[in-house]
Design a protein around this ligand. Structure first.
Ligand code: MG
Length: 476
């Protein structure tokens, strides 16, 4: 019988060659020697390939343990599940049921949607804003098995620290997200962070605690996810600058005077992203970009001078990193929050989301513009608060929340948002080296002062520490 062995062999230097051997020409001794030799070269090939893979993974800060963990089922605790980000997280969970399951769902007042989510994703814990809403939810989900219904700050903290949760998605709206996010980090949970106010208000504390606890904080915000992706495999000392892109919002081409006649209904139509109301207004005033600059500063540990903002109306380039050899690395994609969300959930793996790729011929050109800080004073105020530091960013964020809700309730005009924030900031005496209680106190003071300054009614509160309603909107 003709016995052959056809093998592609590679030596230790990586050079490969193909050889076909007819065993019938061999004696049995030769044959076994050949098989041993083949085994050795195969082992050698495997070693070379493993070395190459290890090198690649080291380059991209990925270790094999992490890769293995990421291939396993992950249980998620989703804070803000009825908001725009929360709903998109659940779309990703729905698409990959073999990879993700839901341990906890936390929302604000949207009990109807939360009840639907509970029935579909069967979490162990569901959290709402208060006792009344918890009672409503209980009646709506009578059939749900082994479900614990909690409410208020203690409930959000319980969802954030749930033993069975592998990853906490922090997607509550506004300053309400800070304490649950801190609780998750303190409990050693990895966090997929969409709540930018956590870093705006208490960036140093949040990142310091994360470092101490060895907790990964993976950005969900599309710009920060882009920077995170562009930094992969590069040395920190080679970085020269990061460029955050901004769509410019719906009023990019309007004159300053035209902004006076803008209604909340017009402002809620964002040209490229479909999001919750608070962040859509923040995008229209460019306060959102200012908050994102502060978020980037803490997330990537960068001085403010290295962060540039550029208007890019098409929102195809989600952000860029400039290196010292003059190379610029950008992350591109069509605006769809499922992409940065899925990356945060499955990092370092990329899931086959089936999203369309940009048709560059169809897009034709990508354009960029300089910022007009005079037209968008909210961005200038955010940069100023970032420069001052201490408790000023918390004051900026809290005053802005009050002013945005006032605008949404038709109580003030769009341009008054920036004026109110500026007035509150000018009255604040920053507290140096602030702890969490100093930050929460400053935010509560800012809310009271903003109401006083603009003669505004109080926006909805979550708990008595100066926070706003969670889960009723979304963010990018
Ligand atoms: Mg964003």
């Amino acid at each position: 019988m003709r016995k052959t062995c056809s093998c592609i062999t590679r030596n230790c230097t990586g050079k490969s060659y193909k050889k076909t051997v007819n065993y019938h020409q061999f004696s049995s001794q030769q044959e076994s020697r050949h098989r041993e030799e083949n085994q050795r070269t195969n082992n050698c090939r495997l070693k070379t390939e493993r070395r190459a893979l290890n090198f690649f993974n080291r380059q991209f800060s990925i270790n094999n343990r992490q890769s293995t963990i990421d291939n396993q089922m992950k249980r998620l605790s989703i804070l803000g599940s009825t908001g725009s980000v929360g709903r998109n997280v659940l779309r990703v969970v729905d698409q990959f049921p073999e990879r993700f399951s839901v341990a906890a769902l936390a929302a604000g007042r949207n009990v109807g949607l939360l009840a639907e989510q509970v029935m579909r994703f069967t979490p162990e814990v569901a959290v709402v804003l208060n006792e009344d809403l918890a009672g409503q939810l209980k009646r709506m989900v009578m059939g749900a098995r082994r479900l614990e219904i909690l409410h208020g700050l203690d409930g959000y903290r319980a969802a954030a620290t749930l033993t069975s949760a592998d990853l906490v998605v922090s997607a509550m709206v506004g300053s309400a997200g800070l304490l649950p996010t801190m609780a998750a980090i303190e409990a050693g949970k990895s966090v997929a962070l969409a709540n930018k106010e956590s870093l705006v208000m208490a960036g140093e504390l949040v990142m310091g605690t994360a470092r101490k606890k060895g907790v990964s904080i993976i950005p969900v915000d599309s710009e920060h996810s882009a920077i995170f992706q562009c930094l992969a495999g590069h040395r920190r000392q080679d970085l020269e600058q990061i460029i955050l892109t901004a769509s410019g919002g719906p009023f990019l081409d309007k004159s300053t005077e035209d902004l006076d006649g803008i209604t909340p209904e017009t402002a809620l139509c964002h040209p490229t992203w479909k999001m919750g109301p608070k962040i859509t207004i923040d995008s229209a005033t460019l306060m959102n970009k200012g908050l994102e600059v502060i978020e980037a500063k803490w997330l990537f540990d960068l001085p403010l001078e290295l962060i540039q903002v550029m208007i890019h109306p098409e929102s195809v380039i989600h952000s860029m990193v400039v290196y010292r050899d003059g190379s610029v690395i950008a992350q591109l994609g069509l605006p769809d929050m499922r992409a940065p969300i899925a990356y945060a959930l499955s990092y370092p793996e990329r899931l086959p989301l089936g999203l369309p790729v940009p048709d560059f011929v169809d897009i034709g050109s990508l354009t960029f513009r300089e910022l007009d800080l005079a037209k968008f004073p909210c961005l200038a105020l955010a940069l100023e608060a970032c420069r001052i530091g201490e408790t000023m960013p918390a004051v900026l964020s809290a005053a802005n929340e009050v002013a945005v809700y006032a605008f949404l309730n038709h109580r003030i005009g769009l341009r008054r948002i920036g004026e109110a924030v500026q007035q509150v900031m000018s009255r604040h005496e920053p507290v140096s080296d602030p702890g969490l209680s100093d930050i929460l106190e400053a935010a509560a003071w800012a809310r009271r002062t903003a109401e006083e300054v603009a003669r505004l009614p109080s926006p909805p509160t979550v708990y008595s520490l100066g926070a706003s309603e969670p889960g009723n909107g979304g963010q990018v």
